[in-house]
Design a protein around this ligand. Structure first.
Ligand code: PAF
Length: 518
């Protein structure tokens, strides 16, 4: 692992090591805990090179806050990064990052800063921390410009920060994907935070009440309550027994816009900030008013599409046929006679085309495919489309545009989708994630059987196994949408199971895991 304290060193390292590899970036203020380590782990899964920054950013502290006291256990942090497999740590001083134009007394007034939208910074923590999110937005923009990562990872615990940074990246067209990662909690339910170490033993024993109170509201929500006042009073009653606590706010806002909500329509962020003595802690939960999403990933040749289509039918959910979406775009590319090498033109077409899938069963294949209002269900099954779809689907710009459309189609839930990166990338919040797999020998055997049934030229089991191994290697190492098992996916090995048994297992898991919680 390399440590850099200057932008020049970091830049030079990245120029040499980036090559075609994706860079994942985890910005931190150090004092690393399991929450940070989960961000690093996710970044390691999704990128070839992982950079962590450790920088206690003075711009995001007001003069009365704990900038001087903030823990700085650099040696320990570096050890943790090394153990977690981080490639490079960037740990600059404030002067290195901001130059001499910065000083604590003038709070960086000589610096160009990034100002997020006021409606997003004036709610929740913004009320008691004026200037905080401007400081965060400024440092994150600088760090993103220095590292130029494909993806940057932030924890959902700082839900307001995450929403603001997503907006920042969208509004300023920053070429990065902001990845939000779930809150990691101690066994007691207390969310990990670098500030937990300020708590006395008795405060630490009381602090889990924050999550307990949020869970109480979640129970009320699951029983059908959608109203702000009732949800907030459920949190308040959950906090009633705590002694040494000063609540700063309990608020219900939209998770993306942070606009205050009277009712939860699609989803709501229920957030709390409270002081235990002088230590300020925050926590939150997202209340999802949507139907569940089932994500089925796995290698080629395990029968994913048959299983997914049937699971959707049995559960009465929509089969989000992502393959049909790539086919629809391929059809349009061929219709317009665009050269398959012209990725910019194809990307433009992908971003201008609106693809819709309907659940109309009468089409025979499970639904109809509409491209800008035109029914292309039949047309996209042509020989010509089949022959070209894999080339189009492999284009990074096409994937990123169509993933946006898939997320839009899935935002209200109630879908089952299959692919290679559905649970890791397209719907990382899916309620049920399945990783469907089978041994290479079993897949070779099934493939041989298929060839026979379709009266295609025979291949030996050895040849088929070699092909499958090579394909698995390609699929899991490719830069775009690589095949990976999400850490919270349930693996089902289908060796020795019939299609019906696999479907039954998934449907049972759905009823156990999902129906029980909605
Ligand atoms: O979340 C944090 O630790 C900080 O706000 C961040 C994103 C590293 C910016 O200083």
């Amino acid at each position: 692992m390399r440590l850099f304290t200057t932008a020049a060193g970091l830049r030079c390292y990245l120029e040499r090591h980036r090559r075609a590899a994706d860079v994942g970036f985890v910005p931190t203020m150090g004092a690393l805990h399991p929450g940070h380590l989960s961000l690093i782990e996710r970044a390691k899964c999704e990128n070839a090179l992982v950079v962590v920054s450790i920088f206690v950013n003075p711009l995001q502290f007001s003069p009365t806050e704990d900038f001087q006291q903030y823990p700085r256990p650099l040696e320990q942090d570096l050890r943790l990064c090394e153990q977690a497999g981080v490639d490079a740590v960037f740990a600059p001083t404030p002067v290195e990052l901001y130059g001499n134009r910065w000083s604590m007394s003038n709070s960086g007034t000589q610096l160009t800063q990034v100002v997020p939208p006021t409606p997003m910074t004036s709610v929740l923590c913004g009320r008691s921390r004026p200037g905080h999110f401007q400081g965060v937005a400024t440092v994150v923009t600088k760090l993103l410009n220095l590292v130029q990562p494909e993806r940057a990872y932030f924890g959902q615990k700082d839900a307001q920060q995450l929403a603001i940074l997503r907006r920042l990246a969208a509004d300023l067209n920053l070429p990065v994907t902001i990845v939000g990662c779930p809150i990691v909690r101690e066994e007691s339910g207390l969310a990990y935070s670098s500030r937990n170490q300020y708590l006395t033993p008795s405060q630490k024993a009381q602090a889990p009440i924050l999550y307990g109170a949020l869970q109480q509201a979640e129970t009320v929500f699951q029983a059908g309550e959608r109203d702000r006042v009732s949800l907030i009073s459920a949190v308040k009653s959950g906090l009633a027994l705590a002694q040494d606590i000063q609540v700063e706010y309990i608020e219900l806002v939209h998770p993306t816009t942070l606009a205050p909500l009277e009712q939860v329509e699609d989803s709501g962020l229920l957030a709390i900030a409270a002081r235990f003595g002088s230590t300020r802690l925050i926590d939150n939960i997202v209340l999802q008013n949507r139907k569940p999403i089932v994500a089925i990933d796995g290698p080629a040749g395990v029968g994913k599409s048959t299983v997914t289509r049937q699971v959707a039918k049995v559960l009465g959910l929509m089969y989000l046929d992502t393959g049909a979406m790539y086919r629809a775009l391929t059809w349009r590319v061929l219709q317009e006679d665009i050269h398959l090498d012209d990725e910019p033109k194809i990307a433009e077409l992908a971003s201008l085309s609106q693809i819709y899938l309907t659940t109309d069963e009468s089409s025979g294949s499970g639904g109809r495919v509409l491209l800008d209002g035109e029914d292309v269900t039949k047309a996209i099954r042509s020989q010509n489309v089949t022959a070209n779809v894999s080339v189009i689907a492999a284009l990074p710009a096409v994937r990123s545009e169509l993933v946006k459309q898939q997320q839009r189609l899935g935002c209200k839930g109630g879908i089952v989708a299959e692919g290679r990166d559905i649970g890791t990338h397209v719907f990382p919040d899916a309620e049920l994630k399945i990783f469907l797999t089978a041994s290479v020998q079993e897949r070779a055997r099934r493939r041989q059987q298929d060839l026979k049934e379709q009266e295609l030229p025979e291949m030996s089991l050895e040849e088929l196994e070699r092909d499958i191994q090579q394909r698995d290697f390609r699929d899991s190492t490719r830069a775009v949408a690589p095949l990976r098992k999400a850490s919270d996916a349930i693996e089902i090995t289908t060796d020795g199971l019939s299609i019906d048994q696999v479907i039954e297992r998934i449907v049972t898991l759905y009823h156990q895991r999902v129906s029980a919680s909605v």
